[in-house]
Unconditional design. Structure first.
Length: 106
């Protein structure tokens, strides 16, 4: 139940239309599987959908706040959903390594 609820609440709060469109097939296929699983086998998880419906207005209010304070582009976020593994250096670690490299050449 919680994984169903959390998936939809997270998506409502964090996914932009652009990101949803870029990942439409993968998202839709997984959603169909989850819904079918709930309807055919794991009936207790259906309660997650009722909770999402109950929290709908509050979740959209949280979304507005999140989107107002958004710090990264859709392109950056899309990289996190790539089919190909992607890695990004942690900024603090990268800066420290760059300072060490510059200092070692003096």
């Amino acid at each position: 139940m919680h994984s169903v609820k959390n998936r939809w609440l997270m998506r409502i709060k964090n996914t932009t239309a652009d990101l949803y469109a870029r990942n439409f097939v993968a998202i839709t296929v997984r959603d169909v599987i989850v819904i079918a699983g709930c309807l055919l086998r794991e009936f207790s998880s259906l309660r997650g959908f009722a909770i999402v419906a109950r929290l709908w207005k509050r979740t959209w209010a949280k979304r507005r706040v999140i989107m107002m304070h958004k710090r990264v582009s859709n392109d950056y976020m899309a990289a996190w959903f790539s089919d190909t593994p992607v890695s990004f250096p942690a900024l603090d670690i990268a800066r420290k390594l760059n300072r060490q490299r510059v200092g070692s050449h003096d």
